[in-house]
Design a protein around this ligand. Structure first.
Ligand SMILES: [Zn+2]
Length: 70
């Protein structure tokens, strides 16, 4: 069983930009993972198969090359 299938992905969109999300499974046994938004560089946390879609609780994705924060 997969925690996040295509159907779920079609429903879920980035809460910030409404863009598509990319699934990254970190622990298949516990159904943990992340939903990555490449536009916002945010990783929404998935715990027990339940995504937390609050942008303020999402992790920033490390982008060593394109980020030049002042
Ligand atoms: Zn986004």
């Amino acid at each position: 069983m997969t925690m996040l299938d295509q159907q779920l992905l079609e429903i879920l969109a980035c809460a910030s930009c409404k863009g598509p999300l990319e699934v990254m499974v970190t622990d298949p046994e516990r159904n943990d993972g992340k939903l990555l938004c490449r536009r916002c560089n945010l990783a929404y946390i998935v715990t027990n198969g339940l995504p937390n879609m609050l942008p303020e609780q999402a992790e920033k994705i490390e982008t060593p090359e394109d980020q030049h924060m002042g």
